[in-house]
Design a protein around this ligand. Structure first.
Ligand SMILES: Nc1ncnc2c1ncn2[C@@H]1O[C@H](COP(=O)(O)OP(=O)(O)OP(=O)(O)O)[C@@H](O)[C@H]1O
Ligand SMILES: [Zn+2]
Length: 608
């Protein structure tokens, strides 16, 4: 291996490598490349953590995996394949989430360097905090298509992963999705919401029925249509879509007639909407376009040609039945999670999105194109992963040599800049943000909420979703009174009480900590009568996203976040690297850097 070949590295580095212990988090596109580089360089001790199993779609770029490995643990197979290049390495594989109690601060402390090769914000935030708590250098990596980035995070010396507020994620107004779609993506989002309404986790913000509260339709919304009462929120009061579908035994024809016939006629009755738009055309099951052009006459791969509306209806019927059967086989109360790689789930969304697109005179797309839009896929480029992994391991070598000041962030550009650079390094390390609510010496943040309405349960959610804590505990500053405990049962009896009812007032400060992350933050409560839920406000006055603005990540299917455990929802924020933009001279922008979030999490719908 390279480190053992005399003269390749100087003595100091050779020795440092020989004594090093490295943790790699994630064995996906970048993780496989990093592991290969470490093993071939001669790093003697590596641990690798990944919660996922190998999917067919990984094989084109995650070269440590082959066809026969599909369904097996990524971490374990990555280890076995890497050992075949160099059996003299100790590799410990963990098929697990890094967000598990098993990997506490003392676990992190045993490593010289941690290398992140993750694909979602929650896991990145968590490793960021663990490395800050353990004071271990973290090399953070990411790619998005042809672009990429490697950055060093070291407590007190550089910015941490959470030093800059993250941009809110892509969103579409709810009324566009429900009433007036004009682009294929609007129909795809609607179809994914329909999937959740029928088979997944029901979310009131993902209603697929006509929205009578649409300001554009104001005054006479649906007045001349079905004589149905509207709720205060403007939604048509009916039985839940799931309950209704279940009553019909998921009869595809009945579902079709309601979704693509009755609901469209209802929309047509909201006349204001169509004064300046082409009105939609309701469909009838017995008379669908494309019925007379047999499938056999079409050529090309089924995924890459656009299905006729008639074919879409057939696929709709078949996938509905398959998904209903899948749901039936699960325990009472369980639900399906939309996954672009699950055949029936993807077929269902393709068919529904295209049928709706036809109704609204929007171009139809192939299953392949819809998959890429529905999964928020920016194609992963194997070369970009390999370059970023190479840069990351070079940074690891510099760290081991003690040349930390040379470990500046490096950006891989999709094309060369006017200086002919493809790799643009920062000139210096980026200093921490003194107001960062994670890595500042005394982290602080304000929580804007209506204390008269926010319950203790909501507060717990705010700490988990807003502050990315796993198991928050909160006490009143100065009084030591326990408001929220992560020990089951200790404060649960107060869950439904409002913050006011448990004696918390405007300006009151809570000390909130997460034992696993070894992280404590002072949270000042800020009364806002208008606030419907909660919103974090940092000291820099940059509003932090509240629950409606930011994806409850990787979560992407409503919940993009990977959950601890050996499997995770697939449709999550597939990658969420950040790219620091250059200034006009092709230099990295002056500090603090402007950050553009490249986020592929699931869309969030804003209600209009
Ligand atoms: N909490 C976590 N703990 C451990 N590993 C994680 C965690 N969250 C994500 N990962 C892993 O990080 C890796 C990221 O790799 P990559 O970005 O190539 O994603 P992928 O899932 O392999 O590919 P794709 O999303 O394109 O299908 C994945 O293997 C994923 O399982
Ligand atoms: Zn920070």
């Amino acid at each position: 291996m390279v480190a053992r070949v005399a003269g390749v590295f100087d003595e100091k580095l050779t020795e440092a490598i020989a004594n090093s212990k490295i943790l790699v988090v994630g064995a996906g596109g970048i993780g496989c490349e990093i592991l290969k580089n470490l093993v071939l360089t001669g790093f003697p001790y590596i641990e690798i953590i990944d919660l996922d199993t190998i999917d067919v779609s990984n094989l084109n770029r995650q070269f440590l995996f082959h066809k026969e490995h599909v369904g097996k643990s990524k971490a374990q197979v990555a280890k076995d394949s890497a050992l075949s290049f160099n059996p003299n390495v100790t590799i410990i594989a963990h098929h697990d989430s890094v967000i598990s109690n098993d990997y506490g601060v003392s676990y992190f402390k045993q490593f010289n360097i941690v290398m992140n090769a993750l694909d979602n914000r929650v896991a990145r935030n968590h490793v960021n905090r663990m490395c800050l708590a353990a004071s271990i250098p973290l090399i953070e990596t990411g790619t998005a298509g042809y672009a990429g980035q490697v950055e060093l995070i070291k407590k007190g010396l550089t910015q941490c992963y959470e030093c800059q507020p993250k941009a809110p994620q892509k969103s579409f107004p709810g009324c566009t999705i429900r009433n007036t779609p004009s682009e294929p993506i609007h129909c795809i989002v609607w179809a994914k919401h329909l999937f959740n309404q029928l088979f997944g986790e029901e979310d009131p913000d993902q209603d697929v029925s006509p929205d009578t509260a649409d300001p554009e339709a104001a005054g006479e919304a649906g007045a001349s249509a079905l004589n149905t009462e509207g709720t205060a929120a403007g939604n048509v009061e009916r039985k839940s879509t799931r309950a209704w579908a279940s009553d019909t035994n998921y009869d595809p024809e009945k579902l079709f007639s309601k979704l693509f016939g009755d609901d469209i006629r209802y929309l047509l009755s909201m006349e204001n909407l169509w004064k300046k738009r082409r009105p939609p055309t309701p469909l009838s099951w017995d008379n669908l376009p494309g019925k007379d052009s047999p499938t056999a006459q079409h050529s090309g791969l089924p995924d890459q040609r656009v299905w006729s509306v008639h074919e879409c209806a057939q696929v709709f019927a078949d996938s509905c039945k398959a998904l209903q059967a899948d749901l039936k086989n699960r325990p009472e109360g369980d639900h399906l999670v939309w996954d672009k790689d699950e055949k029936s789930a993807m077929d269902f969304v393709t068919a529904c999105a295209n049928i709706r697109a036809h109704i609204f005179n929007i171009p139809l797309n192939s299953r392949f194109e819809i998959k890429s839009m529905a999964g928020n896929i920016i194609p992963a480029i194997a070369t970009a992963n390999a370059i970023v992994a190479g840069l990351a391991v070079m940074r690891a070598q510099s760290l081991l040599k003690g040349e930390i000041e040379t470990c500046t962030s490096v950006y891989l550009r999709p094309k060369v800049n006017h200086r002919g650079q493809l790799f643009v390094p920062e000139k210096t390390l980026t200093a921490p943000n003194p107001k960062c609510y994670v890595c500042a010496p005394k982290p602080e943040v304000a929580l804007a909420c209506n204390l008269k309405q926010l319950t203790l349960k909501d507060l717990n959610t705010a700490f988990k979703e807003g502050l990315n804590m796993q198991a928050p505990d909160a006490t009143v500053e100065g009084k030591g009174l326990v408001v929220l405990s992560s020990e089951p049962g200790e404060t649960d009896h107060n869950n439904e009480k409002t913050l006011e009812e448990i004696g918390l007032n405007d300006g009151c400060a809570l000390l909130v900590d997460d034992f696993l992350q070894n992280y404590e933050v002072r949270v000042r409560l800020q009364q806002e009568d208008e606030e419907k839920s909660w919103r974090l406000v940092t000291d820099t006055d940059t509003p932090m996203p509240g629950p409606k603005e930011e994806a409850t990540a990787n979560g992407s299917n409503g919940s993009d976040e990977p959950k601890p455990g050996p499997s995770r929802p697939k449709d999550d924020s597939d990658s969420d690297m950040e790219i620091i933009e250059e200034d006009d001279n092709g230099e990295p922008a002056p500090k603090p850097p402007k950050r553009r979030k490249v986020d592929m999490s699931d869309e969030i719908v804003e209600l209009c």
